[in-house]
Unconditional design. Sequence first.
Lengths: 307, 316, 450
Amino acid sequence: MTVLADRPQTAVPDISPAPGRRKPGIRAPRMVLHTFLVVVALSWLFPVAWAVYNSFRDYGYTSLHGYASFGGFTLNNFTNAWEQADFGRHFLNSAYITIPAVILTLLFSSMVAFVVARFSYKFNLILLAMFTAANLLPPQALLIPIYQMFRSAQVPLWFSDSGTMLNSLAGLVAINVAFQTGFCAFVLSNYMKTIPKEIYESADVDGASVFRQWWQLTLPLCRPPLAALATLEVTWIYNEFFWATVLLQSGDKYPITSSLNNLKGQFFTDYNLLSAGSVLVALPTLIVFFALQKQFVSGLTLGSTKG
Amino acid sequence: MSETTATLATPASPAATSRPGRRGGRSKKRRSTADRITITLFVLIPSVVVLGLIWLPAISSVFLSFTNWNGVGPLTPDNVIGTLNYENAFTNYPPFWPAMMHNLIWLAVMFLVATPAGMFLAVLLDKEIRGSRIYQTALYLPVVLSLALIGFIWQLIFSQQEGLLNAVTGSNIDWFGDQRYNLWAALVATSWRQVGYIMLLYLAGLKAVDASLREAASIDGCTEVQTFFRIIFPVMRPINIIVLVVTFIESLRAFDLVWIINKGRNGLELISTLVTQNVVGEASRVGFGSALATVMLLISSVFIALYLRVVMKEDQ
Amino acid sequence: MSDPKSEPLARLTPRPIDTSFVSRSFSRRTLLEGSLSVAALAALTACGSGTSTSGATAGSPASGKVTWGSNQSDAVPKKAYAEIVRAYQAQSKGVTVKTNTVDHNSFQENINNYLQGSPDDVFTWFAGYRMSFFADQGLVGDISDVWSKVAGMSPALKAAATSKGKQYFIPFTTYPWAVFYRPSVFKAKGYQVPKTMDEFYTLSAQIKKDGMVPMAFADKDGWPGMGTFDQLNLRINGYAYHVSLMAGKESWTDPRVKKVFDAWRKLLEVSQPNSLGRTWQESAQSVQKKQSAMLLQGMFMGQQFTEGPDRDDLDFFGFPEMDTNIGSDAIEAPIDGFMMAKSPKNQAGAKNFLAYLATPAAQQVSVKADTTVIAASNKADTSAYTPLQKKAVKFIAEAKNMSQFMDRDTRPDFASTVMIPAIQTFIGKPNDVDALLKSIENQKKSIFTA
């Protein structure tokens, strides 16, 4: 579509330094700066590096020689952590929660964002405010009513084996969607507002329904922010801890992050095992992070599309 | 737990696309029924989810705070006890004021140490230097980790028997267990994450500042420091406010890390853990817990309102 | 809110208790009742998808799957429970059990929501006030019919399982709280087991000189410290006062309570410091590593010792006498067991399983795999007991009065939201007791009369 080429550059800001703008001369302050940054970066990486280092070490060795030592390497911790804490099942639970939640969140938020960006109804501002503010409320304040609500919501057994929304993965998906939709709606609406009206006008002239416009025009154009938000949401929902801990009661339904709490009881003395467990749990987010760094960053900073 | 984010509005630049002026004619066009249904559903479905799962519970919590219900059986008018829960919370609940104090300390450290540190690093990384990418990656790596996980990782460092800190310094302090130190230990762990997060937000904002402003300043002979404080900082006012609000809200919501350490007791009391203890525990003091939760809501609402004002104003 | 119970329903005494109460029936939203009472679920995946196999109707023999909620998350008891399931399924004629293990502390904490949500058919719980608190609110199933076929439980045990004339609880195992030590250490250093508190402090001075910590102590989780309070209160003020205090009938600002805290302050001087950052497992391990000499704990602490010669080197003595008028014949021996959900998905299966759990055979499986508890049934074969278990049987049999433990003898909301922080505050600042006691009393008033 020719209109695409006419679209102003609305790409997310690239934070990497622009080449060729380096100021010439003064070395010393630059050296100091670099040294400082290297020190800071190393100390920032240290805790994770320490956990990784220890995850490869045998408990027998470290309890003998203390932790500030070198040696005793083994891969056993990983296999042990995986088996003892039943990681396979918990990772699967995380997947069952995260994937539907992210899809639904993006779906819902793009729906609302589309209406708010495309049409100028009077309620747009209030709607957006309602969504955005929802993301900022403390979850503890909502705990009891959500609890009661989920407990009284009877659902068929194939949906949740407890018969209610409580202690069900579906309930977790629902609450995560509710929390995250607000933020995504706001970001998407900002982005969608930069789509030129001409596109929609020609679509109207062509007789395309609003639904088709949303599905075939807007969403494909929104690939950058959708990708960015997907990356962010996968990370956040995967890391979500509070709701998973309070809304689930069966140990085997816990997603991976909350199952860490269970681990604590079992592994409390064997810190190497705990490190290995932590590394395993962190692995998906780290992989997503390194592979999709650009999306992650742009998702957080999306919104500066007006310049 | 969901993250607060800041979607940054550029401080100063006009909209790049042509907008208002042409839209007036749009709304006059008649939409087909199918379209209207679509639009209605598009708004209705997400709104029902958010209203039903977020706003309705929030309001219910406030109502519940005026009762002495314990969660079992029906809620009857007999359960209504007025403001007794609040009186008890303020005067008859020893962990309450320490929790408020800890939240305040948390806020102060985030506001005075972590956030400025993030901003400072953002300014440093805004210069074009080699390896900027690598530094940034190192700094916001903790942001992708769950706070519960961060608790475990720092446990390896802070543990009294097996932690690195004691092994290296030879001290015997129980960093997470001694109530003189554990709040500060938790704050170190949280700041580790917060700095990277703020740095990221601020850096994006800095990049979006019009380059011409900086050039003008350097032509006028301003030093870098002067340029920052006199020109750039004021121009980033909306972002500053957003960063501020994010700091406040996250401080108020701090929960995961502290819960993992010791369920928020013995020096790590926070208002969020108090609510959870009263509601989730065997105790089930639902009415009382709701009163605590309402306190949280009230404090948050101040900052939410501020956030909305800034963010919505930039919009229309 | 129900009235606090002062009747010693939860107390074990050798004399049978008169428990004639009018039974009240609570109506409760029973969402699952009716629709699910006969279905046994075959779903084993976390997602909960799965079809239900045909289950038993109320009258036909039990079959299908029974879900079993367990809080035995530590390695040793978890293994023991797996053994029980194996033994049960071998003779159950088709009833299978699926165990749902949740971290020990989390299980207790979530009980309210657990019971009102979708509890397992059978689940672990405790006797005492902590049981009747939930039974009286209509949150657990009445298993009086199972009790009618149970043999081998003393009348005192039945009383502990009863609330208002109905039984809700099957006692399974019990264990005493006492002061544990390693005989090898005592023998090597020439220590004598103290009978009075004065002897105890003399011994502690000696232990300190020898470079060990006299008394291990941990209170990170909040509840272990309750054990110390209970023992001191039982010794200083007697069993009857302790019961009354737990029932909310005494004022916490009474000088008698202050005496307890004063005695505790003295005890803290010979206890492990920094207890608020230490878990009970770690305190047990400090005894195992011979860094501490003694530990006031339940017998379950033996789980931290590996079976074999390590655990054989473990013995206990009752908490020393502090007042000759009161003596030392009151002990704490919590009873653990099982309850049934109010509306179990497989009621026939659940009752069948519970009946099995009441048998000495089942309990023997457990106490064999986990030798830190003893069977509740008096028909259990004690010949295979370890010396420690045999001593525990004797210890409990000889006691005149038995309490269950603070968090089982009083209201759960009082125990967890008031006493845990209060005890932790005391341990952190042992000198300032008056304000603390006043605060406990005020909070107690607001809770017990709510």
